[in-house]
Design a protein around this ligand. Sequence first.
Ligand code: COA
Ligand code: AMP
Length: 630
Amino acid sequence: MGAYQDIYNRWTTDPEAFWMEAAEAIDWSKKPTAALDDSTPPFYRWFADGEMNTCHNCVDRHVQAGRGDRTAIVYDSPVTDTRREITYAELQDEVARLAGAMKALGVEKGDRVIIYMPMIPDAAVAMLACARLGAIHSVVFGGFAANELAVRINDCQPKVILSASCGIEPNRVVAYKPLLDGAIALADCKPTACIIKQRAEKPADLTPGRDHDWDAVTAEAAPAACVPVGGADPLYILYTSGTTGKPKGVVRSNGGHAVALHWSMGNVYDIGQDDTFWAASDVGWVVGHSYIVYAPLLLGCTTILFEGKPVGTPDAGTFWRVISENNVKSFFTAPTAIRAVRQVDPKGAFIKKYDLSCLKLQFLAGERADPPTVEWTKEKLGVPVIDHWWQTETGWTVSGNPAGLELLDIPTGSAGVPMPGYDIRILDEGGEELPDGELGAICVKLPMPPSSLPTVWGADDRFEKSYLSAYPGYYETGDAGRRENGALYIMARTDDVINVAGHRLSTGGMEEVLAGHADVAECAVIGVADELKGQLPLGLLCLTKGVDRPHGEIVAECIARIRQEIGPVAAFKLCAVVDQLPKTRSGKILRGTMVSIADGTDWNMPATIDDPAVLDGIAAALGDLGYAKP
Ligand code: COA
Ligand code: AMP
């Protein structure tokens, strides 16, 4: 039996013993006596009677172990031409001071703190400082607009907000302060204080009485100690897109998160304490939480925090430069980033310019890894390319190739095999298990493993309704796929979520924004295939009777509206006016049929369609936008 099968069987045979053993890698101020608390199904808690502190495990314990001089974070920022190495000892000092500054502002265990920051090391410091106090952070991605930030402020009610004066996109400096001020003005809940990191590229005016200068307050602050928290106490809330415009606050608990993430660094990513690991994502997404900040630091290795893009900062060789300069052993990015590089540098000329002998493994996740991208990467880098599948809700790999245990022979196109903790079943609509090869809803038998969400913030009912109600006894992942010879193939979402450049977005949320335009009577947003970004949102509008303004004007207003309300990250640029939307006789909009027409894939006329002629108008509109090609 191979090492993977052996480990998976050990978990299946005795999950409690498996996770208790994994928990030994973590420092507990009070050791848990049990791994799983299943006394209140379908709610499960991990390591609930243990006590620990995630920041201690990420920072202090490495310093105490004599590894304070080891580099914890390399900040590499081609957009500001900066490179900075931060040792574990320096990180401890910065984190303890920021925690001290927050404590002086009244932040205590259990309080929420929003972090709205660009990719600077202070963002990681902010997360760890919250963890140090037992406060619950909620990081909001910088590409979201003020309104999205306001929604999150209202939902989690932060005592304090940590932000920066600006972020840097290749084509512009994004002033964060006006967005922050706008969000606070919009929100019903007002934070008592904001701490603002001033950046030289665009300093901000601070609001007297509310805003504090980051450097000033941390310079004065008394370092704060780590506060022990319960294993099942929340570490953070990360909002993610669901079916509606109201994002779901995915809760992550301290103990299970630390145990699962630590386990994954060695077994999934094959990383040891003396290695350098790089996840090229953003701290605003789950990949950034888990694999830029927490998992590498829990292990005590070196992590890279990269402020730039795969191309244009300054060229398509940036990834390879960073890998080569920092001795990166395992590199993790989204397929869309590789597609961006490949588009500019199809022959991989930049790859040849750098010594990449340090690189042993290339990981992909965040969206479906299309086989041509995987094959190109394999050929050009000459290392195994591993597609692994997971989601905000789980915080770590559901299925993949456990390179630290053994590298399995997984076919290109598959997202690998289940990790221990996940008992994956492919179910039909009636909840029956499907045989190998058949497409169905991918579900995980309860309980979900450590790190998976115990609930949705402040909404146990929504947690049950969104994830647990369709298939009793199972967690519904929202993805459809099939299994062949033990390997999983992830094919599509089963809900209204689309994946744009590795970013998860809600078409339902966009429809809500479009429907708010006075001239729009009805609308649909669909995700159409895009060579670079995987999918792009495309809006179709039916206008209110009697509106006779030029369509171009209304379309432009709708595009601006989504940018304004959701943010530039929605990448909403495709929109058209149509006479009617195709519907079933019961009035359901046939979004799937429109997607097939747009993408030029095979489709059958739905038997339930009310008026097939409506599809001609849709095809014409899609054609004008450059889609629906034969
Ligand atoms: N703050 C403010 N604006 C942001 C932002 C941020 N943090 N991140 C993105 N934006 C803006 C961009 O500037 C762009 O604005 P524009 O419409 O004015 O050009 C818009 O949001 C869309 O951004 P993006 O989808 O990133 O497109 P892009 O064309 O700038 O870059 C890629 C395309 C493929 C290079 C880029 O999307 C990428 O690197 N993707 C990988 C994503 C990833 O790692 N995801 C994590 C999951 S593993
Ligand atoms: P997020 O929560 O933003 O990380 O997005 C999670 C979703 O992205 C999953 O539910 C999938 O739909 C998609 N996804 C992530 N990784 C993969 C992968 N390796 N293959 C296919 N889809 C993926």
